[in-house]
Ligand binder design. Sequence first.
Ligand code: SF4
Length: 470
Amino acid sequence: MKFTRDEPSIPSRFSVDEALVLKLSGPGPRYTSYPTTPVWEEPFCQQEAVGALRRAAAVTTEPLALYVHIPFCSRLCLYCGCNVEITRRQDRVNRFLDALEREISMVATHLGERRGVSQLHLGGGTPTHLSCDELRRVRTALTRRFEFDARAEISIEVHPHVTTRDQIDTLTDLGFDRFSMGVQDTDPRVQALVHRDQTIEETTALFDHIRSRGVDSINIDLMYGLPGQTEATFLKTLDDVKRIRPDRLAVYAYAHVPWLKPFQKALEQHKLPDAILRARLFAHAVEQLSLQGYEVIGMDHFALREDRLNRALLDGRLYRNFMGYTDQRAGEMVSFGMSAISDVGGTFYQNEHSTKAYEKVIKDGRLPILRGLRRSAEDDLRREVIQSLMCRMRLDLDVLEAWTGRNDLSQHFAREWEALKPLEREGLCQIEERCVTVLPLGRLFLRHLAMAFDSYLGGRSDGARYSQTL
Ligand code: SF4
């Protein structure tokens, strides 16, 4: 796939339309939620969260998705955008796990008979910072309070530099059947600049061991926009990863947000790739991965043509939540751990951002809520529009009117239709009277299409809230 306006669906000689990149570069959300987290209310009333869980408790037939955030890492990567605590102290882990067990119990009590689960994801941080016994402890705390569907998707993020074969064996014995490995870049110089040590041999050995345990869904994360990256180094990274042949890849843009993550300022002493170089790096990923049999799923996700995620895209069964793209429909997500985000009862809420605050509030017998938002009907309508564009690559007002029971959506979105016209001229989408179709080039710019429907954007603070879209 070329990164230009012409013949966008044909894998071809690499080229980048610099004018298009410069026109579209700027800050923007990633839309793992709508409304996005920066516009949520802080503080958020404890009773609002309890009310959301009680509303969710009434829908006993729908399975839940669960997320557990394990915040610990032993060393800080300078590009990190996650909520982490850097520690090697065992007492910190013990205190956190005590609080986590209590939180699971409190939330499950509010959920009453709503116990079915179709998805579980352990993220972080580094979930494999936990020992085998601690991983078992987390899984047991969940199975004690929830009932996992026999076909539930159970996934975890593993860091190749710190994860042992024993941990992988424990995890597969515990039912984990999807693994995601952070790689980012295999070039030793880039790794040194961002403080991440991880040889390609380590990554390959761990990958092979996970495969030998019968796991057929392994994802690798790469990152572009890091200091020291050039087209040559990134092509080498892509070449290294191609030989491992994961089922899925996520190729994320580095989000430079030093106002949120002050340690990222240390990267500014090196030259960070500009928008044009970032676009070239991503275009290399699109081209190389397409040639190797991967499909662009949406935004920064790729999957082998035969992978379930690609089949879900083709069948219109693709969904997006805080964990990215998934083929499992789990309407509501309940999350545990420091900074974890839940989506239940028409409400988003996020836990406290520091482990100390998280543990203290739980010790006081309350839910550790930092911020949240109860969505309005208008929020839910726009959320569905954004989901439709990002997951089904199409927005059909007839379908949306059938879903909402309204008959005025043409007028309601007249301004948004106008806002999409410049993007249509760039070849990102095709607009009809009642329908918008995302064109192949538009799959790389889904954030821009979604932004046309975001009624919270447009303030002067956008630049301070969001990372660069390119
Ligand atoms: S391992 Fe992941 S979560 Fe931990 S510091 Fe590095 S990037 Fe952040």
